[in-house]
Design a protein around this ligand. Structure first.
Ligand SMILES: Cc1cc2nc3c(=O)[nH]c(=O)nc-3n(C[C@H](O)[C@H](O)[C@H](O)COP(=O)(O)OP(=O)(O)OC[C@H]3O[C@@H](n4cnc5c(N)ncnc54)[C@H](O)[C@@H]3O)c2cc1C
Length: 339
């Protein structure tokens, strides 16, 4: 490899960091850069609930000190959003048309809260929480709130509910089938989740349609399709994640719901790879695309993308594991349609 190779990774989560580490371990000469729109360096998202509840400090969120990047000679560009990619010119555009050239690129941009079409009209009443900025923003409001409605059923909602239980809040949980992409929550899963929640004193409403949400003085009033009225201080929405791919659309990189990659995590451009929650991975044996969630899967994919990029043609395999136990509920972390 020529000395002036520049490997750029977009995304500062487990997938992006693992990819950067592996690239640096295997290629001491190349420039390695991580670009992320978040201004906070690599942190444990799963610890955000403990941070909100006031159980841990901001420092405890950090996976590693900032100085590690200097030691490893990995350039970290935080607080910089990639606005556009030109795969033919091998250039990324940041804000103000600032350009960054790359030799090879890894997309590890994760996902953002998804709002299915039937919920869009209620969006202005929803609170979302997936990253550090959200956590800082909602922490004071959440500490004051007494009654909280959680809409969802995905992994993050279950983590969030666990936090609220510890904070002794009154919780109403509207469990929604349409919260896991690309599959629907099965009746078996929904049953397990609601019975586990009911045991903890949480009122769970399964698949109950929302008829209206209105603001009444300091409270929000949610009316269900079957005539129930619930007053709450906050309504938190966790209806799955949508891969962060808006900035890719129109670049020529193939996307569907996520960034389409083959089993080597390579996109339709030979020098661009994708990994973690933004990727939709083809498996020749399944003859289908699959996705995975969770830090461990994201890191494994980051490593695989880095090794493939370096020429090892490492194959990533879909493994349906009930990896995560959240409050007594086993959450599948890899899915494909037939699963
Ligand atoms: C509250 C909470 C609890 C969780 N609990 C668990 C758990 O218990 N166990 C578990 O395994 N997983 C858990 N997760 C999920 C886990 O955090 C994710 O699976 C993991 O972070 C995904 O990693 P990733 O590297 O694919 O993406 P991310 O960690 O989402 O990182 C992607 C990064 O790319 C940045 N980015 C996106 N677009 C751009 C752009 N255009 N330009 C520049 N930067 C961009 C994003 O801002 C983000 O910083 C939890 C998540 C949350 C929010």
């Amino acid at each position: 490899m020529p000395k002036n190779d520049h490997y750029v990774i977009i995304g500062n989560g487990p997938a992006g960091n693992k990819a950067a580490d592996r690239l640096r371990d295997r290629d001491k000469e190349a420039r390695v850069t991580i670009i992320s729109d978040e201004a906070f360096s690599f942190y444990y998202r799963y610890k955000l609930p403990d941070f909100i509840a006031g159980r841990i400090s901001e420092d405890a969120l950090k996976v590693r000190p900032y100085t590690i990047y200097k030691e490893k000679n990995i350039r970290l560009r935080l607080g910089q959003r990639v606005e556009r990619i030109d795969p033919d010119e091998k250039v990324l555009y940041l804000k103000h048309m600032k350009k960054v050239g790359y030799t090879k690129l890894i997309l590890a941009t994760g996902g953002s809260p998804r709002v299915p079409p039937s919920f869009i009209r209620f969006m202005e009443y929803f609170t979302f929480m997936t990253n550090y900025n959200d956590a800082v923003r909602i922490r004071p409001e959440l500490q004051k709130a007494k009654d909280i409605i959680v809409i969802g059923g995905d992994l993050i909602s279950l983590r969030f509910i666990k936090m609220l239980t510890g904070m002794k809040k009154n919780i109403y949980f509207i469990l929604t089938r349409n919260c896991f992409w690309p599959i629907e929550l099965t009746s078996r899963m929904a049953g397990k989740i609601s019975s586990s929640l009911e045991k903890k004193g949480i009122k769970a409403l399964v698949d109950t349609p929302i008829a209206a949400i209105t603001r009444q003085k300091n409270k929000l009033l949610l009316e269900t399709g079957d005539g129930q009225k619930i007053r709450a201080d906050m309504i938190c929405s966790f209806l799955g994640l949508k891969p962060n791919i808006d900035f890719i659309v129109g670049s020529g990189i193939d996307t569907e719901k996520g960034i389409l990659v083959n089993e080597y995590l390579q996109t339709n451009y030979a020098d661009i790879y994708a990994c973690g929650e933004c990727a939709q991975i083809y498996n020749p044996k399944l003859k289908d695309y699959w996705i995975s969630i969770g830090s461990e899967n994201a890191a494994l994919q980051g490593e695989t993308a880095a090794l493939s990029l370096l020429g090892a043609h490492k194959v990533i395999k879909p493994v349906p594991k009930n990896l995560l136990n959240v409050g007594g509920v086993s959450v599948n972390t890899s899915w494909w349609k037939q699963f």
